[in-house]
Ligand binder design. Sequence first.
Ligand code: HEM
Length: 183
Amino acid sequence: MKGVVFTEFLEMVDDKFSPEIAERIIDNADLASNGAYTAVGTYDHTELVKLVVNLAAETGAEVPDLVRTFGEHFFHRLVAIYPHFVNDDQDVFAFLESVENYIHIEVRKLYPDADLPSVKTERPGDGQLVVTYESKRCLADAAHGLILGCLDHFKVKDKVSIDRQDESEGKGSRVRFNLSKAA
Ligand code: HEM
């Protein structure tokens, strides 16, 4: 997993919790990297899992809630880092369709070793989009947060509902998000 995910996660912990908590979750995680991440480096994604579990222990929050909150924060950071991938005039469903067919393809050109999930889409009917997330890294909660971040960015958070179905026996490795626009 690219270091940008870790640097942005720790930045969020600094801001939403405190720099002391960020330091403690690193110290208590016994990481091969020692928590010294660079944005372009590549690290074992289980380090992120350890940091989130420690953050849950420090704050009393639930792991899935923390991962979803991070996903939402990460989307806003991705827009700031890669503004050319996001056309604000685009419809949010068209944007979500472009993640698999364009954005993640461009990301892989920039970082051939990137660990990218599959984010397939289909339109079953008017005002509906199905986004199916699949990845052995089981970060469906992050995908959920990233989708919430998109809805927020395109200012339609209160106009689109999300119904979530795990298709991997609760493992979060394959999850279907049914998005519906309010009539
Ligand atoms: C501007 C838009 C986006 C950009 C530039 C972007 C780019 C990236 C980058 C750089 C990574 C890290 C790769 C690595 O760690 O090696 C990543 C991972 C990921 N992306 Fe995207 N992404 C975008 C939008 C989205 C959206 C809307 C979703 C919603 C489903 C999504 C789902 C994910 C997930 C869940 C991961 C974590 C890896 C995994 O689960 O296997 N991304 N993306």
